[in-house]
Design a protein around this ligand. Sequence first.
Ligand code: HEC
Ligand code: HEC
Length: 381
Amino acid sequence: MYLTIKIMKKINIFLSAAGISFSLIFLSECKKEASSATSSTLGTTPYTLATPYLFPSPNLSSQDPLTVEGIKLGRYLFYDSILSLNGHSCSTCHIQSRGFINLNTSLPAPLDTTLSRIMPLFNLAWQPYYGWYGQYPTVDLWAADIVNGTKILDINIDTIVNRFNRSKIYPALFNKAFPGQNVISQDKILISVSYAISQFARTIVSANSPYDQYKQGTSGLSPSAQRGMQMFYGDPQYDINGNIIQAGGDCYHCHSSTLFTNNDFYNDGLDSVFVGKNRGRYAITGDKEDLGKFFVPTLRNIGYRAPYMHDGRFQTLMEVIQHYNTGIKRSSTLAPILTKNYNNVHLGMTAQNMADLDSFLLTLDDNKLLTDTNYSSPFKH
Ligand code: HEC
Ligand code: HEC
């Protein structure tokens, strides 16, 4: 259990900034319960998460090891509105056939003012932080924040414990995932639910795009996508007067590795004044250096994810590309790598260069993710 006091404070700062009251007592409860949940994984079947070609090792939790039974319970919970009083389940907003987002940008009030664009759920086992601001800090406990802390599901623990204990399926599913829990009790519920959902979500892997097939040598890329790939990995070149000699997108510095993220926070020049949800990571750290900085999202499955950015301000990928080409806004926290766009110096991409980059980005779309039955609702079968 490595939820330190500092992180707890950060969560609290974020949540109170978001107008949400969140009790530290709840987190210390988690702390107490964490060890009992792990010591009871005896009798479960370990699950090994395969590491796809060219992926680094996943970020596994020692507190909440993946088990076949835990993943199964998590999958049921993910798709079940039993966890909420407002009729939502995780799958209301994270819809598999849409790459685990929801095209609808508007969240129910009052969440619309405190939360941002829905984030997709895949390759989470390779992320060190969760949320646009990194506000859900640990791999195994973010679901507790989401279930309880953010009020997304609007739960009442008493009601949910009663529902679980009356359910025909859950007592057995809990008992198998966390042996000994045939009676679902109030003090264990959040930690078990969190661990199970997090286990399921960590098994959602996306690594079967045309780009992956190209890297494995099993298929080619179109000439346009190949030129776009050169843009993606190319640095722009300027003469001493700042005139462009060679165009380059320079995307790979932040959207790096096969994960297409460097797993860090940057200000990518969307705004020069930071208010409300545009404050970025500052909202949880209170550090001015973090104003306007957001977690660098993966670009995998980006074709399914419009509208783009934390607030969904861009409707198309071409608008995003135009932003990087000529639209960067200056501020003190702007990523240094983007400062070359000053004084009318931009990435120098022509319409053709931008169309090519767009084609390359679309090679990161993995159709298999949208229909893989390992991730689909267990209630449909
Ligand atoms: C009402 C819509 C909604 C529901 C329901 C919902 N989420 Fe989300 N989810 C969001 C939004 C919005 C974000 C982005 C939050 C932010 O950072 O501002 C998000 C972000 C996340 C993230 C972070 C992803 C990343 O890449 O960092 C995870 C994990 C997640 N949700 C899991 C869940 C789980 C598990 C459930 C069910 C317990 C759930 N969500 C229910 C809207 C929703
Ligand atoms: C300095 C780091 C950095 C560089 C360089 C960079 N990005 Fe980004 N990118 C980010 C961050 C941070 C975000 C999230 C910003 C937000 O939502 O406020 C982002 C978001 C995006 C998104 C939207 C993702 C979503 O989930 O909505 C796309 C698409 C994108 N970038 C493509 C590119 C392309 C193409 C390039 C090269 C032309 C590029 N980026 C260069 C940091 C960077």
